[in-house]
Write a protein that binds this ligand. Sequence first.
Ligand code: ADP
Ligand code: MG
Length: 615
Amino acid sequence: MDKLRVLNEYFGHREFRSGQEELIDHIIDGGDVLGIMPTGAGKSLCYQVPAIMLNGVTIVISPLISLMKDQVSALVTAGVSAACINSSLLPEEYYEVMHRACRGEYKLIYVAPERLGTQEMERLVSSIKIAMVTIDEAHCVSQWGQDFRPSYLHIAEFIRSLPQRPIVSAFTATATDTVKEDIVRLLGLHEPFSLVTGFDRHNLYFSVLKPKNKYAELKKQLDGFGDKCGIVYCISRKSVEEICDKLNADGYSATRYHAGLADAERRANQEDFIYDRKRIMVATNAFGMGIDKSNVSFVIHYNMPKNIESYYQEAGRAGRDGSPAQCILLYGPMDVRTNNFMIEKSREENDDLSDEEKEIMLERDKQRLKDMTIYSTTTGCLREFMLRYFGDKAQSYCGNCSNCVNGFEDVDITVDSQKIVSCVFRIKQKGRYFGKSMVIDVLRGSENDRLISLGFDKLSTYGIMKDVPVQTIRAEIDYLASNGYLCCTDDEYPVIELTPLSAKILKERIPVQMKLPKKTPRSKRLTDEQISVNDLLFMKLKSLRSKLASEAKVPAYVVFSDAALRDMCRLLPVTHDEFLNVSGVGKRKAEQYSDEFCRLISAHLSSHPDKKKYD
Ligand code: ADP
Ligand code: MG
């Protein structure tokens, strides 16, 4: 069977996405590959399609049990014989799976890396032909990635121990050069064909908000999403607990996830979210790597994460099925300090590294945090910033992020700049340097004890910006610093210093303009592509899907993704053949589901005779 037919018959997709076809072709030709594609790009198909086509079995090494379970049930529903081998199996299940595996009944076997060295595995690989070994989430092999797993280091050895070297394919969403080199070297890939697809995710709307009251803003955002589901990421276990409790008390359907919970509760909560029993998952960054839930409509970060890699990966869990989704970051300046604190702490806790390595890691982490802070405060296009960070080309206006959409205006801050720089100058005359907060306090005429005891209330700049909001002064200082008119050090106690350019502001009185958000932003959001979709029918399809999913004991999205249901609303199929045209419907799924779905759609059409088919 050729690859397009496999794509169509098993997975129900009409065409390959960018990058998929090339990777598949190289695998079929017998070469090793390394696929680097962002979360949601469709890496699984890149090895599942060839696995079906190759003569022999494909072993997929995957880091998380939940991830394997979902992938295997999705494959089985699509009519592909697959199984997983991990510690979650009961002894009888394990025996049964092994028995069938040894008889070569599966095309794909998902294995946890810890299992590779076991005797049963040795027996298995000596009794069947292994055509390919696939390593999913391959960055786990690198200490420089965010999710290092020591057991990944044994994969190369496992591959070497096989009677015949199979094709090796590796996939990850992490693109930095160090991680890439580690993957090739530590997994022992042979001159792999590497492919990095663009990092852009067109369907994601990015926004950064700087609310005074984060919790109130969170509720406002959640209300705006109706009954759609999503993830709220918090920086610590404690804040996960707090936010989740508050949301529940306020009547939201929320559950929680962090590494401090007992295994059983973590698993139960995760399932509540995946099976749509709870709408909101409040979690630390411990939640996510195994989550392939495709209908996550929003990812809200209650705190700024520690770097852009983490942010893009976490935010990228929204909209995996290609539907419009939102990634919202609630930024507060305290987030910078908390992250700095956590970076320092993790250095102390990391005993595996030499002092020199620790210093390098620390430097790197601080630089990454700085980049994340710049993202959170930039006035430019957010998508452009991120794509450039990952080395992609990008336009300076994407039209689908909060900065582009809300529009910015040029504001003349010449006079404010003079006041600010002169305040730093006056403080310096007292023989001291201070941080942003002190400069702002002096400018706004604060009466705090420290300020008074230092005699700063006697400075000529005391209180000269009384009427300007703190946020504005802060933004202006940041702007002056990022343009070299001031300098903001980044040691333990960051202070603001003058630079050679400061004189241009004070003496030459050069005009300074900066982009500030308009006072009343046009709050326009990306219009859902669902406009043409019949909401009522969508609801009916959803409830049919839930019924079928719960009968089959699988998550709803394993039956059909939201995108597939939306396509049904668009195409309104009423026959088996028409049903096959729906994106996400393959031969097997059509056989299984076309009757019930077509019946529902015909019934809907006859009770709404005015509904025509959409093009
Ligand atoms: P990744 O592992 O890269 O994060 P997945 O493999 O989980 O992404 O795929 C994400 C989503 O994209 C899935 O819902 C999958 O069905 C969908 N998808 C993958 N390839 C295609 C394709 N060629 N056409 C349509 N949808 C696709
Ligand atoms: Mg994946």
